[in-house]
Ligand binder design. Structure first.
Ligand code: HEC
Ligand code: HEC
Length: 290
């Protein structure tokens, strides 16, 4: 009887300690994060205006192609990556796929005001200017025309690798994707991107393992949620593009995931069958004893 009482006391004290400490520690180490918002409901977007792609083509040719290439439409790169990085701090992305990668409302808001849309007001406080000018002097119709044009030239299908390259590679390398050729190195040379961002963007080869899928989705959708004050811009990907980016990071960093999951199922099946045999064997031995 005494042992039982001691046992009960130990159990109660353990439970109290557990409930007192664990949820508290959890709330401190993993504060609640709102789910990703793929509607980008905070931005000053298209306001429901449907643009005209032809008018947009002229605006893009006149305003954007001095910095951005659009190879698929015959606007080549004006500078090589090293020169572009030296001029702007970061290599401006080719705009051929922007209409597919980015949410249309986000894209409109980014063109109007890159700093606010990408949530970097704490970085560009006035002394330092964003390398891309804000086109807030354009009318909402003109911005909508640009978005319509970018959507009209975007490819219908892109591989996971292409989505990653166009959305992330100007800042991040993913060297496990290509250990030999180095073609998946960041497009902007290290010294330039470090000076531009204040910090070297990490190589993303292993982030699927160290952070996991959920974190990556929350982070890419809005970096400020997890790293408050970070210089990484919110890039404004659609849900489909973000899924492709994370799928690519899984292919590169955790290529055995599918195999591991199916092995896990096989092991469970084996254990169940083994347990049945063990039980039958035990039953047989006891039958003989009695
Ligand atoms: C003076 C050079 C310059 C001009 C002109 C310019 N951009 Fe940019 N743009 C940049 C740079 C540099 C970046 C990359 C900024 C970064 O990643 O921090 C960029 C980024 C972008 C992005 C990527 C957004 C994202 O979420 O990642 C889009 C889309 C874009 N520009 C569209 C345009 C359009 C459309 C125009 C014309 C209306 C334009 N840009 C004009 C320099 C320019
Ligand atoms: C304009 C440059 C830029 C672009 C574009 C960019 N990043 Fe980043 N990223 C950074 C910088 C800088 C950091 C380091 C942030 C810090 O530690 O404050 C970072 C950090 C990260 C991290 C690490 C987060 C952590 O918990 O430490 C991940 C994951 C990441 N980026 C993913 C992406 C993905 C995926 C894309 C493309 C969709 C992307 N980034 C686009 C600049 C960029």
């Amino acid at each position: 009887m005494r042992e039982l009482k001691v046992f009960a006391v130990v159990v109660i004290v353990t439970l109290i300690t557990y409930w007192g400490v664990e949820p508290f520690a959890h709330s401190q180490m993993h504060p609640h994060i709102d789910a990703p918002d793929y509607l980008y409901s905070d931005v000053d977007g298209l306001k429901g205006i449907v643009g005209n792609a032809e008018a947009g083509a002229e605006l893009v040719a006149a305003n954007c192609t001095a910095c951005h290439s659009i190879e698929s439409q015959g606007f080549p790169k004006i500078m090589d990556n090293a020169t572009a990085a030296a001029s702007y701090g970061v290599v401006p992305p080719d705009l051929g796929s922007a209409g597919k990668l980015y949410d249309a409302n986000y894209l409109a808001a980014f063109i109007k005001d890159p700093v606010t849309a990408s949530k970097l007001a704490h970085v560009y406080t006035g002394e330092k200017a964003h390398p891309m000018p804000a086109y807030n002097w354009m009318s909402d119709e003109e911005i909508a025309n640009i978005v319509a044009y970018l959507q009209s030239i975007a490819p219908a299908e892109m591989s996971n690798k292409e989505v990653f390259t166009n959305a992330c590679s100007r800042c991040h390398g993913i060297k496990y994707a290509d250990m030999m050729g180095g073609s998946m190195a960041a497009q902007t040379p290290k010294a330039d991107i470090k000076a531009y961002m204040g910090k070297l963007p990490p190589d993303l080869s292993q982030y699927i393992k160290s952070r996991g899928e959920n974190y990556l989705h929350e982070f890419i959708n809005d970096p400020q949620k997890h790293l408050h004050g970070t210089a990484m811009p919110r890039v404004g990907l659609t849900k489909a593009s973000e899924d492709q980016v994370v799928a690519y990071m899984t292919e590169v960093g955790d290529s055995k995931k599918a195999e591991r999951n199916s092995t896990g199922l096989n092991v469970l099946a084996y254990l169940v069958i083994f347990a049945i045999f063990a039980w039958l064997w035990k039953a047989k031995i006891w039958r003989e004893v009695h």
